[in-house]
Ligand binder design. Structure first.
Ligand code: C2E
Ligand code: CA
Ligand code: CA
Length: 743
């Protein structure tokens, strides 16, 4: 799971980086293109503009030449050479000419502003051209006369209609250099005026060679372009545009034909700066992007951490027991099946419980109680092997999932665990012990958690009941019992309505007279498939589910009905003892309900005896006392059942006003042979008599027992020796006719 998500993360990262790299490359290229397109447009525009400016400058100089020619024609007599020479000198000086002069048609000497030795045949050529073309501009002359690089502009001179000569002005080519600087575009850009054969006429700044075709012979042109093509374009007077690489620099060249001579204006621009600029823009963008990416990454990380943290917290509250820090019940129930599977489907589900933990809490306080639970959790956890788990399910209840071994080993292991808990959690300043009990369910097939838990719980309940063995394993017979109990629960209500519960009466005899003196009502369940079922099989269940409250009242009513019947049949009415569960003690309606039933048949209250078991009374003596008092007030008599089966003491007998005490049948076992047991019985009888109650001996099975009990001074006897519990029809035969009312 973790590995997978790591791989996914890595893949995403790689994808992002690849995407980013691709994006940057594309962006870089795109910016380069964009910039270059921009630069090309600029160069073209600047080239065209420069061409125009250059041509305009030539034109205006031509007009200047024309103006000077007209001035010469109208104001200066040809013969006054001195005056003319002076005029020319001043014109040359103020207009920045290299030189200027007049070539007369008559062949006389040329008049110049500055002295020079302009060749004779040149003079002739200029004169002829002026007469033919009127005005013109020549190509560059390098060193003509004393002059530097110059263009010559000439105009013809006339006297009236007659041509008389030509005015020639030598313009230094430098005059035009500044127009060709192109510096506004880029530092290294340059424009030059060339002739069709590539010779540079004038340039923005000094150039490497004087012929661009010669220079470009070493250039490497872009694919699809060549020097020849460029030469052809220029030859044809076409606008041209090429890119090439020279001296380690990329450049572009834009050429446009000029309307003067066969001139051509070329603009050359190095383009590396475009790349550099594109790079710079791309880098800045990349940096910005990286920064943003980093920022988002940081944000993502923060959110991730926050989520991980809150998930952890959530997990803690959802799955961790706050007190002990181990898993809580939720965690176990959710992951149970996976965990069992991790143990290869075979596991032992153990419920651990601390005996009488409530007493520890009550006596030592909750803080100490909590501490003990923490210690117990630590100890139990330390016993776990890999793949085994523990959780706290409720207060002092821990659920352990152990790997399954044979029962003997498992029991030995749990015994050692319990001993460790006893030792580690020992309470030094009190006699209280931390004693654990365990219910174990051996899981050999896949089962839902709640079922496995139910079974371990059942085993735990057995362990709590068992005084000797505090580790109990769940057995199939337990399950069988549960199934049967379910069945009983499902049918009990209907059984009550159908009259399937019947009543047996077991007679009680007076030891002194031997007469039958009363009976105990004992319930039976008449089940279609099983016949009469004894109460031990269903009373404990009814006490757990509360149905006993209804059943006891039903039995009381049956008993009262018998009494009413005997009276109407003119028979003797003997008291009937009815068993009442301890549950009635907590029910405030108990006595009123009872009274109502008995009164409904007009039966005297003293004929009903209430049997309460010894354990009921011990558990809550005050409540028992108030209930007994209430019953006495109504005239019912009260018997303590099963005396001697528990821990009754003389004190209890004294404080509670029982009318009779029934000695438990266990009391009698062995008293025939054992002299100590005889002493115990005789002591008990004496004790009971001392508090003024009658002694009833229960479970008398033999003549010997009967004789012994009579000897001990018991008042009444009940047991198989005298009679088993019998149906009412049979019992009725034991009754004498009612004695006539006393006078
Ligand atoms: P218990 O109140 O101690 O009733 C006496 C039990 O001892 C009866 O068992 C009776 O049949 C049996 N017994 C009588 N003489 C002898 C004898 O000589 N030897 C032996 N071994 N046993 C003898 P039973 O009828 O099975 O009742 C069992 C228990 O069920 C009763 O014990 C009583 O606690 C409870 N019980 C019975 N009926 C009711 C009822 O209507 N309501 C309530 N709440 N409990 C009832
Ligand atoms: Ca009884
Ligand atoms: Ca009894």
């Amino acid at each position: 799971m973790k590995r997978n998500s790591l791989l996914v993360l890595l893949a995403i990262l790689l994808l992002v980086v690849a995407g980013l790299a691709g994006g940057v490359a594309f962006y870089w290229h795109y910016i380069g293109e964009l910039l270059e397109r921009d630069v090309v447009a600029n160069v073209m525009e600047a080239g065209n503009e420069t061409a125009e400016t250059f041509v305009r400058a030539l034109d205006s100089d031509q007009r200047l030449v024309d103006t000077i020619a007209i001035t010469v024609q109208t104001n200066y007599p040809w013969n006054n050479q001195e005056k003319l020479g002076r005029f020319l000198f001043l014109q040359g000086k103020y207009n920045g000419f290299e030189n200027l002069g007049i070539i007369p048609l008559d062949g006389s000497k040329m008049i110049t502003a500055h002295e020079s030795n302009l060749p004779q045949d040149w003079q002739k050529e200029m004169l002829m051209r002026a007469l033919a073309e009127d005005t013109f501009t020549t190509k560059r002359y390098a060193q003509i006369g004393k002059a530097k690089n110059v263009f010559v502009q000439a105009a013809s001179l006339h006297d009236g209609m007659e041509p008389v000569g030509a005015l020639v002005v030598l313009f230094p080519t430098e005059r035009y250099s500044s127009l060709l600087a192109l510096s506004s575009l880029v530092e290294n850009g340059v424009a030059a005026v060339i002739s069709k054969d590539g010779e540079v006429e004038v340039a923005g700044r000094s150039l490497k060679g004087r012929n661009i075709f010669t220079v470009l012979e070493h250039a490497k042109f872009r694919r699809g372009q060549s020097l020849d093509e460029l030469r052809q374009d220029i030859q044809d007077g076409q606008t041209t545009f090429v890119r090439y690489r020279l001296d380690g620099q990329n450049r572009l060249l834009y050429g446009v034909a000029l309307p003067v001579n066969d001139w051509y204006l070329v603009s050359v621009l190095p383009t590396d700066f475009i790349q550099a600029q594109a790079q710079r823009v791309a880098w800045v963008s990349l940096a910005l992007f990286a920064f943003l990416f980093f920022l988002f990454g940081l944000l993502g990380l923060y959110i991730f951490c926050l989520r991980a943290y809150s998930n952890k917290q959530l997990f803690k509250t959802a799955f961790v027991d706050k007190l002990t820090g181990i898993d809580n019940f939720n965690r176990m129930s959710i992951s149970f099946e996976d965990r069992v599977q991790a143990l290869h489907g075979e596991a032992a589900l153990v419920i651990f419980d601390i005996l009488k933990f409530k007493v520890i809490n009550d006596m030592l306080g909750y803080e100490r109680g909590d501490l003990i639970l923490q210690q117990a959790a630590d100890v139990l956890k330390s016993w776990l092997n890999e793949g085994e788990h523990i959780c706290r399910s409720s207060a002092d209840n821990f659920v352990l999932l152990l790997s399954l071994t044979d029962r003997r080993n498992l029991r030995a292991r749990i015994t050692r665990m319990l001993a460790a808990v006893r030792r580690e959690c020992a309470i030094s300043d009190s006699c209280l012990k931390v004693e654990g009990v365990c219910g174990v369910y051996e899981l050999k097939e896949p089962l839902p958690f709640y079922i496995a838990l139910d079974r371990a719980r059942l085993a735990l309940a057995n362990a709590k009941k068992s005084p000797k063995e505090n580790i109990q394993f769940y057995d199939e017979k337990d399950r069988h019992r549960i199934v049967q109990e379910r069945q009983l629960e499902n049918t009990m209500e209907q059984a009550l309505a159908d009259g399937a519960f019947t009543l047996m009466l077991q007679p009680k005899y007076d030891f002194r007279t031997g007469y039958m003196q009363g009976a105990e009502a004992l319930v039976r369940w008449n089940q279609a498939d099983k016949g009469l079922v004894r109460p031990d099989d269903f009373i404990p269940l009814f006490e757990r589910n509360g149905f006993i409250l209804k059943l006891d009242m039903f039995i009381l009513e049956q008993a009262v009905k018998f009494l009413a019947k005997w009276r109407s049949d003119g028979k003797q009415q003997v008291p009937i003892a009815v068993n009442f569960s301890r549950l009635h003690l907590n029910d405030s309606r108990y006595i009123p309900q009872m009274t109502q039933i008995v009164d409904a048949y007009d039966v005297p209250h003293h004929l009903i005896e209430v049997e309460l078991t010894e354990s009921v009374i011990l558990n809550n003596r005050e409540l028992a006392q108030s209930v007994i008092r209430g019953l006495h007030k109504k005239g019912f008599s009260v018997a303590m059942d099963d005396f001697g089966s528990g821990y009754s003491s003389l004190n209890v007998l004294k404080s509670l006003q029982f009318d009779s005490i029934k000695l438990d049948k266990e009391f009698l076992s062995g008293c025939e042979q054992n002299p100590t047991a005889r002493h115990v019985v005789s002591g008990a009888v004496e004790m009971i008599k001392a508090v003024g109650a009658k002694v009833v001996a229960e479970g008398v099975e033999t003549e010997k027992q009967a004789a012994f009990l009579r000897e001990m001074g018991c008042d009444l006897a009940q047991g198989y020796f005298f009679s088993k519990p019998i149906p009412e029809e049979e019992f009725e035969k034991l009754l004498k006719p009612a004695s006539p009312p006393e006078e």
